[in-house]
Design a binder for this molecule. Structure first.
Ligand code: FEO
Ligand code: CA
Ligand code: CA
Ligand code: CA
Length: 599
């Protein structure tokens, strides 16, 4: 039943059915291959992976753990050679060492150092295989960035007293990046990466007696005594009682220039400090740089930065440095979403209001610009460092966990994943509103907006929900108005990307419908708008990340396969099989006949 349909270009494949396999499952007619996995060599001299004899020295030269964002930067017009940049968000020590050798209460120094080396990013050169897929090759570009790599703090609060530590009395140089979640490739060929749940690495917040400092720590979820990983036992910078400013040096957008393996990566303070999921660029009508970023926690906000200076097109070393510098000065905004349906029609059930849309208008509320604060009672320095507290004061809209946000290069609109929020509508918590219309939101939704005049510098916009995710048979789901009998179930949208036709691709994290996570395509225009189709599923316990969708290859990051299982009876042995430990990995998928994806 239903209207006839013609799969739009890029989405013509047979959808994969929901499953709980310990495998990556791709559509009929497609093939797949692991490109690189945790422990594979990245740098010269890296030993092969040895699960039973891992060392910090080896890990620092090998591919890190829990790959999330994947960026693919072509180095020639045909994309034969590419730089592949990958985030390693976090470590799961109980799965990283042989059973019985890791005591979470008493990790060894070597195990802790392995954890530091398994965080950060990897840059590798990857060449296209004649049959399809990608192969990682030794290259001068190959690079590991870890929790020990030197970063330069830049922008309005570099050198602030709040950023000074005994190791860095200038407040301008930070060792390492942590919890790098999603990201993006900039138009100038660098990578922006978000430092997300950095709170978990810091110990002894409970020792803080100053009420102002205590409130700031608490607002960022930094609390308690010992940290989960006990890093503070081996480096005092993780101990707030000894280094009270160290947490202020994390929670930024970082920029890596993979084209220059000797470049110092940057932490951009003008983009504010919070649990950055990612940062994504759109160029304004007058050629300035806008960066969108979500703060991924329940009832947190969506932000935008707009540079003061003008963008230089191109990917030359000069353009890369010029454009990166533009991220040092501009205006930081936070979003307020206003619905257009009567409040009584937004009852938290997720049923559509009488106008048939969850939609409305929005505005970008300025927080700070250069050294000027727009927030009563806060200096600009405080706004950039304690951005959550600033956004609290200006009436921004508390969202259902803002994950990845990406501008669509074809239709000019911007798309944001709101992954879930089981606390929406709970006693003492925020009630449903038109932009977050479901109480106890377990399956998440996808928001679309267009800036007024199509200009990323606008301070007003129109918005609507593209998807209200979940079981299409349930009354509280919405698939862009498309016939719900013809769509794949989707839950907990996280990373988003676009193919060259402008279709949205969504990878999921935490499928609340009981089957494995995966990657989905969905047209955003025309009669198939909202037609969600599952392109692949990832192994049991894993989250699907990345993704990269080119015309003839799809890359997906399989993060934390087997998570949630007992290490003594592992849920997953993917990808090596047998009794081997599960290993996070990047997978390439292509069409067996060599044709274009979804054609
Ligand atoms: Fe690391 Fe917001 O997912
Ligand atoms: Ca409405
Ligand atoms: Ca994410
Ligand atoms: Ca997530």
């Amino acid at each position: 039943r239903g209207r006839p349909s013609w799969p739009v270009p890029g989405t013509d494949f047979e959808p994969v059915e929901p499953n709980t396999a310990d495998a990556v499952v791709v559509p009929r007619g497609y093939d797949q291959q692991v490109v690189i996995r945790w422990g594979d060599p990245v740098l010269p001299g890296a030993p092969g992976f040895d699960f039973h004899n891992q060392t910090a020295e080896a890990q620092a030269k090998q591919f890190g753990y829990n790959n999330d964002f994947v960026g693919l930067i072509p180095q020639d017009p045909l994309g034969r050679r590419n730089l592949m940049v990958v985030n390693h968000e976090y470590t799961t020590e109980s799965h990283m060492f042989p059973v019985g050798t890791y005591d979470p209460e008493n990790p060894t120094e070597e195990q802790v150092r392995i954890g530091w080396a398994a965080h950060g990013l990897s840059v590798v050169q990857a060449v296209r295989e004649p049959r399809g897929g990608l192969r990682v090759v030794p290259s001068r570009y190959n690079r590991r960035i870890t929790a020990d790599t030197e970063f330069e703090l830049r922008g309005p609060v570099a050198g602030s007293d709040y950023l000074k530590t005994s190791e860095d009395p200038e407040g301008r140089t930070v060792r390492g990046t942590l919890n790098n979640c999603a990201g993006s490739v900039t138009p100038w060929g660098t990578v922006l990466s978000g430092e997300e749940n950095f709170n978990q690495y810091f110990a002894n917040a409970e020792s803080v007696t100053d009420p102002v400092q205590a409130e700031r720590l608490q607002r960022y979820g930094i609390s308690g005594g010992a940290s989960t990983r006990k890093w503070e036992r081996f480096d005092k910078r993780w101990d707030i009682a000894q280094e009270p400013n160290e947490p202020n040096r994390f929670g930024w957008i970082v920029e890596i220039d993979p084209n220059d393996p000797h470049s110092t990566p940057i932490k951009h303070t003008a983009l504010g400090r919070f649990k950055h999921e990612a940062g994504s660029v759109k160029i304004t009508k007058d050629r300035r740089i806008a960066v969108y970023s979500g703060d991924d926690e329940r009832f947190e906000y969506i932000y935008k930065f707009v540079s003061k200076g003008r963008y230089k097109p191109g990917r030359s070393a000069h353009a890369r440095q010029h454009n990166s510098r533009l991220l040092d000065e501009g205006t930081l905004y936070v979003a307020r979403f206003t619905g257009n349906s009567p409040e009584e029609e937004i009852d938290g059930s997720g049923r559509l209001p009488s106008d048939g849309q969850f939609d409305g208008r929005g505005e970008w509320i300025p927080l700070a610009s250069g050294n000027t604060s727009y927030v009563p009672g806060m200096t600009a320095e405080e706004v950039y460092l304690f951005t959550r507290l600033a956004a609290d004061k200006v009436g921004a809209t508390k969202m259902d966990r803002p994950e990845d946000i990406e501008p669509n290069p074809r239709n000019g609109r911007v798309y944001a994943s709101l992954t879930n929020n089981s606390d929406r509508g709970a006693a003492g918590k925020g009630a449903a509103d038109e932009a977050n219309p479901r109480n106890g939101n377990r399956n998440g939704h996808v928001l679309e907006w267009e800036e007024d005049r199509g200009d990323a510098a606008s301070t007003t916009f129109s918005w609507r929900l593209l998807l209200v995710c979940g079981d299409p048979a349930a009354a509280d789901t919405y698939f862009g108005g498309f016939d719900k009998s013809q769509v794949s179930p989707i839950s907990c949208p996280d990373n988003v990307a676009f193919d060259s036709y402008g279709n949205l691709w969504i990878s999921t994290d935490g499928n609340a419908l009981g089957s494995n996570d995966g990657l989905f395509s969905v047209p955003v225009e025309g009669r198939e708008r909202g037609r969600v189709k599952q392109f692949l599923t990832v192994p049991i316990g894993a989250e699907a990340c990345g993704p990269v969708v080119t015309d003839d290859v799809v890359l997906v990051a399989v993060q934390h396969p087997g998570e949630g299982g007992n290490p003594e009876e592992p849920l997953s042995h993917w990808p090596d099989g047998g009794d081997s430990p599960a290993r996070p990995a990047i997978v390439a998928v292509w069409k067996k006949d060599g044709g274009r994806i979804g054609r």
